[in-house]
Ligand binder design. Structure first.
Ligand code: BGC
Length: 261
């Protein structure tokens, strides 16, 4: 628990499932005021709201498609109208779908780039605009991935979006550091979330992925939520412009583990 997160207003995009959901609950435990964004299922949004309240936080749900500028503006405006301010923006919404790159349609490319990269930009921009105009030393956390550095065949659009998030975050961190605004990335590895449910249900695929993780297991969403809480807290007051990898060591070239090479 981080004392200074109590009462803080946090917007989390894509909060009806997976990592977003785990972060919403964690910020609920921190007694924060959580703005739960969902895109398609109001029912899931309401379930998360209940979990946030049961955990000790307050919350509201707001529908928004992060790829749409007006939706993102409305999301941030609603947070401020309802809770009076904004302290933390977590741009988490994202998607992935594999395709051989030479067969990837422009439509599928655009869809992933629009949600993952443009959505993260729009959320960052709206939050930073509010921070600057209101002289708030706010906090932006973007959801990157180990694939901001590890190339990923069949996921060229996803890897490109995460590589883009890396430099976007570093640039925003540099640009707004003089105002005391911190901007960081979390870089999860393979985590047990709905995005991966099908893949990890297959024991062979699961074992294959586990063999690429030095710590030896698929991560839990709560382990990512813990990183988000720390980054958002004043314990991380001197940290900006980084990607904090929470990946069980996946980015450390696991194939070299036995001294090969
Ligand atoms: C993806 C997962 C994948 C992991 C490791 C994440 O960014 O969302 O599907 O298992 O990277 O490759």
């Amino acid at each position: 628990m981080y004392k200074d997160l109590k009462g803080k207003v946090v917007v989390i995009t894509g909060a009806s499932k997976g990592l977003g959901r785990a972060m919403a609950v964690r910020f609920g435990q921190e007694q924060a005021k959580v703005v739960i964004n969902y895109r398609s299922s109001e029912e899931e949004g309401l379930e998360v709201l209940k979990e946030v309240q049961e955990a000790g936080g307050e919350g509201i749900i707001v529908r928004a498609d992060v790829a749409k500028e007006d939706d993102v503006k409305n999301l941030v405006r609603t947070a401020v109208d309802h809770f009076g301010t904004l302290d933390i923006m977590i741009n988490n919404a994202g998607m992935e779908n594999p395709s051989p790159s030479h067969e990837l349609s422009l439509e599928d490319w655009n869809r992933v780039i629009n949600i993952n990269l443009t959505g993260t930009f729009l959320g960052s921009r709206e939050a930073i605009k509010y921070f600057v105009e209101n002289d708030i030393k706010g906090n932006v956390i973007n959801m990157s991935s180990v694939h901001e550095m590890i190339p990923w065949p069949l996921f060229v659009h996803y890897a490109a979006s995460k590589g883009g998030i890396k430099l976007m975050t570093e640039t925003l961190a540099l640009e707004y550091a003089p105002k005391g605004i911190r901007v960081n990335n979390i870089g999860p590895g393979a985590i047990n979330t709905p995005i991966n449910a099908e893949k990890f249900a297959d024991p062979d695929k699961r074992a294959d992925v586990e063999s690429m993780i030095p710590l030896g297991y698929i991560g839990h969403p709560e382990e990512i939520a813990a990183v988000a809480a720390w980054l958002a807290s004043s314990e991380a007051s001197y940290v900006t412009g980084i990607t904090l990898f929470a990946d069980g060591g996946m980015t450390k070239y696991p194939e070299f583990q036995a001294g090969r090479g």
